[in-house]
Design a binder for this molecule. Sequence first.
Ligand SMILES: [Zn+2]
Length: 135
Amino acid sequence: MRRNSINRDELVTNTIREFGGKLVGKNSMKNMVAQTLTLLPKGIRDYIIKNCWFLSSARDAYGYTFSGNDLKNKHLIFLSDELLDLREEQIQYTVLHEIGHVILRHRNAINYSQTKKEIKRQEKEADIFARKYLA
Ligand SMILES: [Zn+2]
């Protein structure tokens, strides 16, 4: 793992504080999201902190992002508690993949139907985003 000049633990603590009430879940989930954000450039990190909510979810999928409709440019990212059972790298990959959907401005809203082809393309792009920052 690459080390920045800023102490990583301090950055994680600051990130959780900056998110305020927009991180909803167990402390381990909050830490997991904040740690993943330390992998990203400051511009992306600040955008995500400002515009995203991360919420624990009971859904089957490990991660799920909801944007659009009345949310304007805000995004809800649901993360399964089961995700916490995975290896750190897999957890970070999933969180980065969901952040990728937000940064790449993918549409995923109720009342908006997407073609299978569009969904497939978006999933591929989000995977490329995740791999770029995990390295
Ligand atoms: Zn996806």
